[in-house]
Design a protein around this ligand. Structure first.
Ligand SMILES: [Zn+2]
Length: 401
């Protein structure tokens, strides 16, 4: 291909992606509106739309309101034109789903994960994907994986996932050669952030967002101008293993006093067990062997002093860590999700208060904490959507060469 031809091809692809993105962002939209939003000419838009219709991705769905002349024809994405698989490996079971282009889950397979070694964990991933790829979801255009741990997305390598016993595992290459599909690997908190951003109840198509996932571990996903920010080493948002308490508890990463040792779901349960003997009046002290997140939640809602203390400490540390994120990034929309969300609005409010105490007050005032709406599905949807956001070409691999 000559350089001029290559440039032309690139421009065409760029325009096509702009048009497709605009159709993605609307339930239905006219060609004229696309031209206005993308600043492309009407002729270019018509040309690109014709290609998208031919590729089976977009259809005409009726007429919009006329603003003077002829009523415009509305265009809409065909939700089931393509399918993707999203995996969430960050729960106490592995969950995989086939997802369509509107983030609707078509089929889900789960397998329990007990104390597995790295090889067994990999076999479980195969088990899920073998089943999901067997059925007739065509065309299936890619697999996105959200995994705990540090991930090098560019290389498709899980650098270190302690719980799954994976070190430098070339997961993308392994899955690509087995299933012959494009594969992307993301940290689960980052995948969750994309899921909430693209498909959550208050979803946006542009702008900035931080999503903090608080489960056994704690991690944040950061979107800047609608794109995932991963940092130089892929670990942007790894706030869980930043030390927040000197001489604190031993963390599973080997350090002492990480945020995870105070504010995670695991830490809350662990601290209740440890502190229960000091709290005779606590209902938790009466049944120390039955302490779980749900018994703590019940005690907390009944104003139990031990549960109150543990939750206050957790919210305090989490709020302070979020204040640091705000200080660096000044992102005003922050979503909290994960197991700790079972503590509901009062917990959210106490994190918000702790954040406000620790941050510059004007910046804190303008920062809104809210609850996520997708739970574990956010990771699945985000892992699959990431591929599309990064490269729409995926959708055309079955149409063009
Ligand atoms: Zn740690």
């Amino acid at each position: 291909m000559t350089p001029a031809k290559a440039t032309h091809q690139k421009t065409k692809q760029h325009n096509r992606d702009l048009v497709l993105q605009t159709i993605f962002n609307h339930e239905s939209v006219s060609r004229a509106e696309i031209a206005r939003l993308t600043k492309l000419t009407r002729a270019t838009v018509s040309d690109m739309v014709a290609g998208l219709i031919e590729a089976g991705l977009v259809e005409e769905v009726g007429f919009g309101e006329s603003i003077g002349g002829k009523a415009p024809i509305l265009l809409s994405l065909i939700a089931d034109a393509r399918y993707l698989i999203g995996l969430n490996l960050a729960q106490d079971k592995f969950i995989g789903s086939v997802v369509n282009l509107r983030g609707e889950i078509k089929e889900t397979v789960e397998v329990p994960v007990d104390d597995t070694d790295g090889e067994q964990a990999l076999q479980l991933v195969y088990q899920i994907l073998d089943r999901l790829t067997q059925n007739d979801w065509t065309p299936l255009v890619g697999i996105g994986v959200g995994t705990p741990g540090l991930v090098n997305t560019r290389e498709g390598v899980v650098v270190n996932a302690v719980n799954l016993d994976w070190q430098d595992l070339p997961l993308a290459a392994l899955l690509q050669s087995r299933y012959h599909l494009p594969v992307t690997i993301l940290n689960d908190s980052q995948a969750t952030a994309i899921g909430e951003f693209v498909y959550g109840a208050n979803h946006h198509s542009e702008g900035n967002l931080i999503v903090v996932t608080i489960k056994h571990g704690i991690g944040a996903g950061i979107l800047i101008n609608g794109r995932l920010f991963q940092g130089d080493g892929g670990g942007a948002g790894e706030i869980g293993h930043v030390v927040v308490q000197e001489n604190g508890e031993l963390c599973r990463c080997g350090k002492y006093g990480c945020l995870e040792t105070i504010a995670s779901a695991r830490a809350v349960v662990q601290r209740a067990v440890t502190l229960a003997p000091e709290y005779n009046t606590s209902t938790l002290a009466q049944n120390p062997h039955d302490i779980s997140l749900s018994t703590i939640e019940a005690a907390w809602r009944a104003n139990d002093p031990l549960a109150q203390r543990i939750l206050a400490d957790a919210a305090h540390s989490l709020g302070a860590s979020i204040a640091s994120l705000i200080g660096v990034l000044n992102i005003q929309r922050i979503v909290l999700t994960g197991d700790m969300a079972c503590f509901g609005e009062p917990w959210l409010q106490s994190v918000q208060d702790a954040m406000a105490q620790a941050a510059l007050s004007r910046m804190a005032q303008d920062t809104q904490l809210e609850m996520g709406t997708l739970e574990f599905r956010a990771c699945i949807l985000g892992a699959s959507a990431f591929m599309l956001l990064e490269d729409y070409s995926l959708l055309f691999s079955h149409v063009y060469d």
